[in-house]
Design a binder for this molecule. Sequence first.
Ligand code: SF4
Ligand code: SF4
Length: 348
Amino acid sequence: MDPLTEQLALNMPLTLGASLSGIASPESLRGGPDTVDLDYVVEGARSVIVFGVPFDESLIEPYLRKEDYGLNANKIRTTTFAAGIAFEISTVLTSLGYEARPVAPNFAFRKDTPNGIFDRVPPASLKLIAASCGIGHIGQSGLLITREFGAAFSLGAVITDAVLKPTEPLPEEDNYCDRCMACRQACVAGFIEPEPVRIDMGGRSVRVGNCRAAARCAYPCGGITGLHPGGRWSTWSPGRFPVPEEDEEYRTISRKYVGRYLERKRSGAICYNPLLAGTYEMQYTCSNCQFVCHPDPAVRRSRLKMLRNSGVVVEDADGNKTAMPPKEAAEFVAGLPEERRRLYTDDA
Ligand code: SF4
Ligand code: SF4
């Protein structure tokens, strides 16, 4: 008798510390993009157990107001915890005789695309998988959004050859994304487009996000730059490098500035991103699209306002970050010695 029941598979992530779980199958993902081909990860896969671990909501608004950078550490720890849950479940399943592989929540990229890991194509799209099996919907931001936690959680998954009954998707009309565009307005890189997009997956028409080249997000999200083109506010990155208009320019811009980014001191929690060749050290300095999104439109508006009034971040020689009014921040950077100023700006 098959010892892995649907209920056990759904309970495992919850018992280990996740707050949401679901099961998808090749049938529930049928017709979707290449990134929901489970065979890419486990040949002969029959199921995927996917789950969500929320971030600490109490840290979101202080982060958006630039009062407290603690959400960086919480996002790193939560993401690492989600990866650990996936690893633990896959270890149990392989011990029981199944094929099973964990899928990391972040920084896992396919190597067999034209530009390898720099194409930033995940082995499996956890958000599409999660949308197929009732965890949430996809918002205009391209992120998975849920009534319980907005977009503020990390996803993890285990792909396996165990045969499990998939959980049902949520009704499309329950998607709370009303295309308010708070996520678009919270993005310094112009990553999110306003037009609606749908794909076919699992025999249904599914609303998905509308996002430009992944490298466009990665450049500020990884912390290399952060100043909004209008100059009035920034992410938590003190970088003031250009934010080009054309997607094509993002193919090389991160590589142009990554050396200077890695030369900066970092204060606080660090994670490792294989795209940051050198020390690979990264801190989350943006995720604004993720953190402004909330089921209540009034909260979204309020959070966007907080962000736009949060000032511009600068940092001291030890990497401690502080926000100040835009003019003061510009003067602070202009007053730095040349060897430090070049870490943040091209301005001589
Ligand atoms: S911020 Fe608004 S437009 Fe963006 S995903 Fe959330 S609800 Fe949709
Ligand atoms: S993480 Fe930041 S840069 Fe990336 S899409 Fe979201 S708001 Fe834009």
